[in-house]
Write a protein that binds this ligand. Sequence first.
Ligand SMILES: Nc1nc2c(c(=O)[nH]1)N[C@@H](CN(C=O)c1ccc(C(=O)N[C@@H](CCC(=O)O)C(=O)O)cc1)CN2
Length: 298
Amino acid sequence: MSAEIIDGKAFAADLRAKVGTLAAEFEKRAGRRAGLAVVLVGQDAASQVYVAAKGKATLAAGMASFEHRLPADTDQDTLIALIQRLNEDPTVDGILTQLPLPKHLDEKTVIAAIDPDKDVDGITPVNAGRLVLGMDAPVSCTPLGCLMILRQRLGDLSGLDAVVVGRSILFGKPMAQLLLAANCTVTMAHSRTRNLPEVLRRADIVVAAIGQPEFIRGDWLKPGAIVLDGGINRLPPREGEEKGRLVGDVAFEEALDHVGAITPVPGGVGATTIAVLLRNAIVAAYANADIPLGKDSI
Ligand SMILES: Nc1nc2c(c(=O)[nH]1)N[C@@H](CN(C=O)c1ccc(C(=O)N[C@@H](CCC(=O)O)C(=O)O)cc1)CN2
């Protein structure tokens, strides 16, 4: 048996096209472009690539992109003062600070400074609380992408056993809340979980985000399960390779023989992140401009 490989890039392309249509409509109705501000502190190589990709995708969708690149030694007051200026700027509908931040900055305090109505990552305390309470709120991009893929493929998720491996604020925690709200029976597993293979063998849905290359082995997975791999790990380069390969948290080749469907790395759920960010930004823009957006428009 060979599993179906879920194409995150195709999903993202569809979503970007929908955002583009809504962004054009927004510009007509609001008399300005929807605006997304991205703040990057420091020189982290992967973050620089992601931030550049976000700026490019924002412009391609017909929105205004405001990029703020600050030196690695930026102090917390300076960063928060910038966020406060963006909070007050009427041309900015969405704000995100690229994570991880340099170690000397307190991530929680910085995130809490973002206006919840402009929080396109959905991770301010207000929006994290709204999600737990089942209120309408922006949701972190990669987990929302996972939920959208699951709904597209399975429809109703009620009663399914879901295991989320990892408990980060950007991925594991919001993912578990989304699955719970969709009436799954949710188990959150993490680095201290005992008997992970046993826990995983019960799961109809596995979402992995632990940051450990190929940690989850194929025979830990239930036959027919759907597996969403949020890990992006670069292996050390092999002889003759300039760069190591990117792999997920799940041993992909092994899993193909066990599960029903799986996202690859790259080209899986990671590839949906920026498209979902654009989705969150356009939804924020309509709300901030008081323009109604049908609940199912995107
Ligand atoms: N404030 C935030 N910081 C971070 C987030 C986030 O959602 N908000 N997520 C990640 C990084 N990230 C976006 O910021 C991101 C991750 C992966 C991809 C992506 O396109 N992945 C592709 C290709 C990967 C590659 O070649 O390196 C894939 O998986 O196919 C885009 C954005 C942490 N920080």
